[in-house]
Design a protein around this ligand. Structure first.
Ligand SMILES: Cc1ncc(COP(=O)(O)O)c(C=O)c1O
Length: 391
């Protein structure tokens, strides 16, 4: 069963979450990373049971962690020592806390732009200097750029001989565009991180959303000093009920024990209920979702190639977040949509994409499109984009 064709546009418009409530009712929302799916039935039943008896307190035990370990073993053949996993409130606070633990205010955290905008926002709020090491044009890691950034970020301050602490926030699979980093790339990152003593945190929130032909490699399985954050929230559409897991490589066992003693908040109880059931009973639903998303991805690539002159789309071997490049539209006989194509698309086409420049360097002339929509809504959204581009 394809969860993406279960809800009608009218039902979706009843939703009050950000995706469906932010714009007027004539806009097709293809921006924030919410999916247009009903909950997987076992998750819905577990939440309904909890709510029926007012079971809405604090989390008391962590079946979510054990269920995650079992899920990771089935899915990626990743054998995780339970002592290397800790519950986390959500993905963003988990990576911020990890860098706060390992660096000082004023130290640098490197990100690979274009990337999910909160990679910058919250680290800046935590007093870290965020530095971009750009991805290549085809959205892959540029190891030479990363090495230069590691070198610069760890160089001693004037008057000191002591190298500075620094961090690298990796996104795997990458948002936007869904690049799945290869084992060789991750091993190269780990080697650089060891050479410069940089703390690597890998945001793996999109890891269950990898399509046929690509292989997700967990960072903490290639780097004994790595830190990874996982969550069921993207793959099972659970952003309303935050919960996540921090997983570390084996050389960080005592680091994690220490880290857990600090006050880092905890997941919402309902988040742990939903995540536990997702990991334990969600495989069949997830298989249906992946087939539906992969079909949508192919529709998106096909329609971009055939009806959006001069636009190119990321191949998206993973995630439902495509990266569209509008810079070639004028040369292909279409309209020039300028540096921020999302502006004209919203105003004239009544279709909402994320503005490319909010993803940092490399975002000019781009926009991010969320294709986790009913197939008919996806087609309508792309038809609206086509009408603006062809003018
Ligand atoms: C790469 C990435 N990290 C983190 C998040 C948000 O995670 P959380 O809501 O658990 O903080 C998102 C949401 O789309 C994301 O795409």
């Amino acid at each position: 069963m394809n969860p993406l064709d279960q809800l009608t546009l009218d039902q979706l418009r009843e939703r009050r979450s950000f995706k469906w409530a932010h714009y007027d009712a004539d806009v097709i929302p293809m921006f924030v990373a919410e999916m247009d799916v009903p909950l997987a039935p076992p998750i819905r039943e577990a939440l309904e049971r909890a709510i029926a008896i007012g079971d809405t307190g604090y989390p008391g035990s962590w079946p979510m962690v054990d269920e995650f370990i079992a899920f990771a073993g089935r899915r990626w053949g990743w054998e995780i020592d339970p002592r290397l996993v800790a519950p986390a409130p959500a993905v963003i606070p988990a990576y911020v806390d990890a860098f706060v633990e390992d660096t000082e205010p004023g130290d640098e955290v490197i990100i690979t732009a274009p990337v999910y905008p909160p990679f910058t926002t919250y680290l800046r709020q935590a007093g870290r200097v965020v530095t971009e090491a750009p991805l290549t044009e085809d959205l892959r890691l540029d190891l030479a750029a990363l090495e230069a950034a590691f070198e610069a970020a760890t160089a001693p301050r004037e008057g000191s001989t002591q190298r500075r602490a620094a961090g690298f926030l990796l996104c795997n699979p990458h948002n936007p565009g869904g690049t799945v980093h290869t084992r060789a790339e991750l091993e190269a990152v780990a080697a650089l991180a060891h050479r410069y003593d940089v703390t690597v945190v890998s945001d793996e929130i999109h890891a269950p959303l990898v399509y046929t032909g690509a292989e997700f490699v967990p960072y903490a399985s290639v780097d004994p000093r790595g830190i990874a954050i996982q969550s069921a929230s993207k793959a099972f559409n659970l952003a309303a009920m935050p919960a996540a897991q921090t997983i570390v490589g084996e050389e960080r066992r005592s680091w994690l024990a220490q880290f857990r003693k600090g006050a880092h908040g905890h997941p919402t109880y309902l988040g742990t209920v939903a995540a536990s059931v997702a990991y334990r009973e969600g495989d069949a639903w997830l298989a249906g979702l992946l087939a539906g998303l992969e079909a949508n991805r192919d529709t998106m690539l096909d329609l971009v190639a055939t009806s959006l002159p001069g636009v190119t789309a990321s191949p998206n071997p993973a995630t439902f977040l495509a990266w569209l490049d509008f810079r070639g539209t004028a040369a292909a006989g279409g309209r020039d949509l300028g540096d921020e194509p999302a502006t004209a698309l919203l105003k004239e086409g009544r279709v909402a994409l994320n503005p490319g420049t909010s993803f940092g360097g490399g975002g000019v002339g781009h926009a991010r499109l969320n294709f986790a929509a009913p197939p008919a809504v996806l087609r309508e959204g792309l038809a609206r984009i086509a009408s603006v581009v062809t003018g």
